[in-house]
Design a protein around this ligand. Structure first.
Ligand SMILES: Nc1nc2c(ncn2[C@@H]2O[C@H](COP(=O)(O)OP(=O)(O)O)[C@@H](O)[C@H]2O)c(=O)[nH]1
Ligand SMILES: [Mg+2]
Length: 307
């Protein structure tokens, strides 16, 4: 299956929803129905775009329409696609790199169930297959089953897992994992964390402490802190992202569970709000369902267009 078709299949429901939204809007506009642009904005908001992105997309459409560049529904959809693609490209960059022979550390953060451990497993599979030496650090010591879940991924992918017992200090596991990855000459260390604590403040303090102990072993690390965002949850995730972004030094996003929910518009809202790059998109539970985020593929698939 081509990569574009994975985006397309994953975003099928979102595309159906959006086509319902956009279809027929143009006839309203042509009939000089002044409410049409407002209706479109409201419909995009209901398709999870968020207020700011919805306004931007509508402004782009309006501008082109007033310059006589939109004559059909199809023109309107293509314009909307272009606007969305521009929003999704905001903040996009490559994953940070380190000099050859040095260790890259990526910390995965996010609320419980958002897909941290699964994403780490999928990334381990991907990078291992590319010939990288990958080590996993099991710093979610809060949930008893979390370490075993990561260990299972370790076995599946043939990557070593550094762990301690349930309830151990996550920062000390992070320290040990970084030491081990460094001394074993690993290329990439992926660190799993807990998504829940007694309260949010404790969780943020814990994440900060994990970062500091990684940095003690390897100054400048973690090089990336990725927030996994369960796109199927809708607008709630904006608040989550804000919270984590404020205190955990998030440097990028991984969007999970885009498959089957029809909430693909969330990506647009998140990019508009945070300007953070999305590095990967999860369209299912299998390793091949995690794909590098491609703003153009995404925008096309979201509107049911071909690439
Ligand atoms: N459909 C779907 N399920 C996913 C995706 N990513 C993760 N999951 C599932 O979501 C659940 C929670 O994932 P997990 O990695 O344990 O979340 P964590 O608590 O953040 O570590 C698991 O059942 C995963 O298989 C995805 O992209 N699509
Ligand atoms: Mg987990």
């Amino acid at each position: 299956m081509s990569i574009f078709s994975i985006f397309k299949r994953g975003l099928e429901k979102s595309a159906t929803k959006l086509s319902r939204v956009v279809n027929g809007v143009f006839s309203g506009i042509k009939a000089h129905n002044a409410a049409s642009f407002d209706d479109l904005e409201a419909m995009l908001i209901s398709a999870d775009f968020g207020v700011s992105a919805a306004k931007k997309v509508v402004a782009g459409i309006r501008d082109r329409y007033e310059r006589g560049k939109i004559a059909t529904d199809a023109d309107l959809i293509v314009t909307a696609r272009d606007e969305v693609s521009a929003i999704l490209k905001q903040g996009m960059r490559d994953i940070r790199t380190v000099p050859d022979g040095e260790l890259l550390v990526i910390l995965m953060v996010g609320v419980n169930g958002s897909g941290k451990t699964t994403t780490i497993g999928k990334l381990a599979a991907k990078w291992k297959a590319e010939g990288k030496k990958v080590i996993l650090g099991a710093c979610d010591t809060f949930r008893a089953a979390a370490v075993e879940q990561l260990q299972l991924w370790g076995e599946r992918t043939g990557c070593q897992v550094i762990s301690s017992k349930h309830g151990a200090d996550p920062a000390s596991v992070a320290f040990d994992a970084t030491m081990a990855a460094k001394s074993r000459g690993a290329d990439i260390l992926l660190i799993d964390t807990a998504g829940r604590q007694q309260n949010q403040q404790n969780l943020m303090a814990e994440l900060n402490k994990i970062c500091r102990s990684i940095g003690k072993v390897l100054p400048g690390a973690p090089h990336e802190v990725w927030l996994t965002v369960d796109a199927s949850l809708g607008a709630n995730v904006i608040n989550q992202a804000r919270e984590f972004g404020k205190t955990a030094g998030v440097s990028g996003l991984v969007l999970t569970k885009l498959d089957g929910t029809g909430r693909g518009g969330m990506a647009v809202a998140l990019h508009e709000e945070f300007g953070l790059p999305t590095f990967f998109a999860g369209f299912g539970e299998a390793p091949e369902d995690l794909q590098e985020f491609d703003p153009e593929f995404y925008a096309n698939a979201l509107f049911g267009l071909e690439k």
